[in-house]
Design a protein around this ligand. Structure first.
Ligand SMILES: Nc1nc2c(ncn2[C@@H]2O[C@H](COP(=O)(O)OP(=O)(O)O)[C@@H](O)[C@H]2O)c(=O)[nH]1
Ligand SMILES: [Mg+2]
Length: 487
């Protein structure tokens, strides 16, 4: 391999110019040492100096900004416990309780965990295994903490294996993540990095196999990585390619031999050491907070499932009450329909299930608000039309008097009820007794739930069910006869 040192066509900051100047001036003195020496000089010059610049923007900053101390971890664990206790209160013998409680006990122990968990992730064959081996055998870190390495399953593999989501969830349980790439970031790499950052995961982007590039390519990749990843970034060569070394003897003869360059991981170990010396304790606490939040989400899922089991029959009950009312009095204008469809009592009942207590007056306000939102969003008109269409296509127009209104009222009640349930599910558990509605969120939820329940297949089933509820047996018999005749 012949390395030709060219001045990279890069415009960088002062640091970069300085590193180029250093390379130039080192060039003369190093050249006799042979290409291997030169390679390391390039690594030092092109890598280290470039990277120095990125250091102040470390994405460990959040550890400084946010309060990460023992008290904040304890408070996160307490919040998780509160959700678990709530579940125990609402579903005494829930099968998940034992496991959830066990995990809380583990979390409390984590507060004083000494060893550091380092996850190494990235695509297939980026050098994860190799890097771990090199780090284990050669990194003498200054703090007396045991470091356990964990190589994840490879990311970005289309078929088979672990899903990226599963890998990312697992990675969040480690204290620090080394994310390996072998060149400029692909879209999926970039997105994954963003996700990890969004999850407050301390991370370092490692450009491994940098030996595979010529110095100017290497520098431009680093620059591009630096622009896309504002934070920790280092370049390494965990297992550099063997290179041919040529030595000119005094007698004019030339000797050549192959040499295995030593791994180049110094900038990585230097930065890692610095981070660990300053932040090890905070890293462990931050991990514990992340784990507490994951556990809280798990407990909340169980709680929401339990509550939904109780909410569903409630919604169904009010749905048919609304249907009967609108059927019996089938002259309502659209707005009356919307308002009548959302029974304040249903709001109260659902609120009770979700520990959001409303007075009757508050519940009436919520019902009214939802009614006018549904009108404004055009849901009332849309659903009435869709339901008429379904009824017509089933050749049952002759019973139309009141049926459209009845089924529409039932349908809108259902959408309102499911929206409320979904809205309540997103609320924090207990503590906040605030019943002020977040209108924006409610609007979004309504639209989403409406769309989910608008599929033709669902509507057809729903209309049939509605007709069954509203019409006496005899008429239904006729209906079926008509359907059969037509179909
Ligand atoms: N040229 C070069 N090859 C490397 C480097 N690091 C790892 N490799 C090679 O890349 C291949 C895949 O490495 P491995 O550690 O198994 O990747 P993993 O799938 O991410 O665990 C192996 O052949 C390694 O020798 C490096 O820095 N430079
Ligand atoms: Mg591997």
């Amino acid at each position: 391999m012949v390395v030709k040192l060219q001045r990279p066509i890069l415009v960088g900051g002062l640091g970069l110019s300085f590193s180029l100047w250093m390379l130039d001036s080192w060039h003369d003195s190093i050249v006799q040492v042979g290409e291997f020496g030169l390679l390391s000089a390039i690594a030092v010059g092109g890598g280290l100096w470039l990277l120095r610049q990125t250091r102040p923007k470390s994405n460990l900053d959040f550890l400084d900004d946010a309060v990460v101390d023992r008290a904040s971890v304890e408070s996160a664990i307490a919040k998780t416990e509160a959700v678990i206790n709530q579940l125990a209160q609402e579903a005494e013998n829930h099968t998940a309780l034992g496991n959830l409680r066990e995990q809380v006990t583990q979390l409390l122990k984590e507060l004083d965990r000494q060893d550091i968990k380092l996850a190494v992730t990235g695509g297939k064959s980026v050098g994860k295994t190799t890097l771990i081996q090199v780090l284990e055998s050669s990194w003498q870190q200054e703090i007396q903490r045991k470091i356990t390495y964990q190589e994840t399953a490879p990311l970005f593999i289309e078929a088979g294996g672990k899903s990226d989501t599963a890998v990312l969830a697992e990675v969040q349980k480690s204290d620090f993540v080394l994310f390996l790439t072998n060149g400029d970031l692909t879209d999926s790499e970039f997105q994954t990095l963003q996700q990890l950052k969004a999850a407050n995961q301390p991370i370092m982007l490692v450009f491994n196999k940098q030996d595979q590039y010529l110095p100017d390519e290497r520098a431009s990749i680093l620059l591009s990585l630096k622009q896309r990843m504002s934070g920790n970034l280092v370049a390494t060569a965990a297992s550099p390619l063997t290179i041919k070394v040529r030595k000119h003897e005094a007698d004019g003869s030339v000797q050549e031999w192959m040499e295995q360059p030593a791994p180049d991981i110094e900038s990585l170990t230097q930065q890692l050491s610095e981070i660990l010396v300053q932040q090890a304790q905070k890293l462990v606490w931050a991990t514990t907070i992340r784990k507490a939040r994951l556990l809280k989400a798990e407990a909340k899922n169980w709680l929401n499932a339990t509550r939904r089991d109780r909410a569903t029959p409630t919604i169904e009950q009010y749905q048919w009450i609304a249907a009967a009312a609108a059927f019996a009095n089938p002259v309502p204008a659209l707005d009356v329909l919307a308002t009548a469809a959302i029974n304040a009592q249903m709001v109260m009942d659902l609120g009770n299930i979700y520990q959001q207590k409303f007075s009757l007056e508050q519940a009436q306000t919520v019902a009214g608000t939802m009614g006018s939102l549904m009108l404004k969003l055009g849901l009332v008109e849309l659903s009435t039309k869709a339901i008429s269409t379904v009824l017509k296509s089933n050749a049952i127009t002759f019973v139309a008097g009141g049926v459209v209104q009845g089924v529409s009222a039932a349908y809108l009640t259902r959408v309102a009820g499911l929206s409320l349930v979904e809205y309540f599910e997103q609320q924090e558990i207990a503590t906040d007794s605030g019943t002020a509605l977040n209108l924006d969120k409610l609007r979004q939820t309504l639209q989403k739930v409406f769309q989910q329940n608008q599929q033709m297949a669902f509507l057809q089933g729903f209309v049939k069910q509605g007709v069954k509820q509203l019409l006496p047996e005899a008429q239904q018999g006729e209906l079926i006869a008509v359907e059969k005749a037509v179909g």
